[in-house]
Design a protein around this ligand. Structure first.
Ligand SMILES: [Zn+2]
Ligand SMILES: [Zn+2]
Length: 322
């Protein structure tokens, strides 16, 4: 079968590979769609903490489970299933997790071997084309759960890339209201119809403070301080994106947390339960989410699109795999 493998940083090749035999706990998924993500582009450009090479990239996957014939999306983790995190429904924190497209082969291939436990059935009314976006949407839901979002909360979301835009939609499912902060007018123009349809305000950072929470869906370090300062006393900040290694955080940032009793949390990945929540949102908002899809490409065309994705200029690009 064909698989797009990253051999080393900057070297992505479409290889002919043999799919490994699945164990009794695993199954084979015939991939139909794999959405590209900025993380894929960054792995190609400079690697990533959890990346082990050579690797088939791709972690936003929908397809057909060849054992049951069902339409599925793939929760991109393979976990131990028995540690306290796995048992309590925080399986994204399992110390033995392998992440597909990072340190286990992912979905930019005609097929992939997946633990049966990582399959999530696609509900009626959701297309495989949009179902692959359950992964980024579930990651947004994870962030909103970490900051304990409540109805009526006002949330500042930094970054109007496709995931920041999904965060705005995810906030609505908590009956919370997001404001998406974006400095680049071109990015806002690209998504104006989506923002208008969902009634999500967006623009440069508002001078008003008192937000219940802020979430960085971009890696700019200054959003940490400006986000913390925009929240009310006792508010929250979620580090959804990691910050550049070369940046340092000064004590005035930490003291902002101290004096105003703020809560800072991280969010990395998502859980199976959040995948189910995400699929439900996709079912209700398929027409809105469709506005975030820039188009479909083939496996052969992926490399040519990665520079734009890395620069944050693209909306969601779906790789359609036959
Ligand atoms: Zn992703
Ligand atoms: Zn575990």
């Amino acid at each position: 079968m064909k698989a797009l493998r990253l051999h080393q940083v900057g070297e992505l090749r479409l290889d002919e590979v043999t799919l490994p035999e699945p164990s009794p706990e695993e199954t084979v998924v015939r991939v139909r769609y794999c959405a590209l993500c900025r993380t894929d582009a960054k792995m190609w450009q400079k690697g990533q903490r959890d990346l082990v090479l050579p690797r088939v990239l791709g972690h936003e996957v929908s397809g057909i489970d060849l054992t049951s014939g069902r339409e599925v999306v793939v929760w991109p983790g393979a976990t131990c299933g028995s540690c306290s995190f796995c048992i309590q429904g925080s399986e994204n924190l399992c110390p033995d997790i392998h992440i597909m497209g990072f340190n286990r082969d992912g979905g930019l291939a005609q097929a992939m071997v997946v633990p049966k436990e990582s399959l999530i059935p696609v509900p009626a009314g959701v297309s495989l084309r949009l179902a692959c976006l359950a992964e980024p949407l579930a990651c947004c839901l994870n962030a909103l759960h970490q900051i304990q979002t409540r109805p009526g909360d006002r949330i500042l979301v930094f970054g109007a890339g496709p995931v920041g835009l999904l965060m705005g939609l995810a906030a609505r499912s908590f009956s919370a209201r997001a404001f998406v902060v974006e400095k680049e007018p071109a990015r806002l123009e690209q998504s104006q119809v989506y923002l208008d349809r969902l009634g999500i305000p967006a623009g440069t950072q508002p001078s008003a403070k008192g937000f219940d929470a802020a979430i960085n869906v971009c890696a700019a370090t200054d959003t940490l301080f400006s986000g913390l300062r925009s929240t009310r006393a006792g508010g929250s900040f979620c580090l959804f994106s990691g910050l550049p290694h070369e940046d340092t955080i000064t004590s005035d940032v930490v003291n902002e947390i101290h004096y105003r009793q703020l809560r800072v949390t991280g969010a990395y990945g998502c859980t199976r339960a959040q995948f189910h929540e995400a699929l439900d949102i996709i079912r209700q908002h398929d027409r809105d989410i469709e506005l975030l899809v820039e188009g479909e490409i083939t496996l052969e065309e992926v490399t040519g699109h990665l520079p734009r994705i890395a620069d944050g200029q693209a909306l969601k690009i779906l790789v359609r795999i036959e």
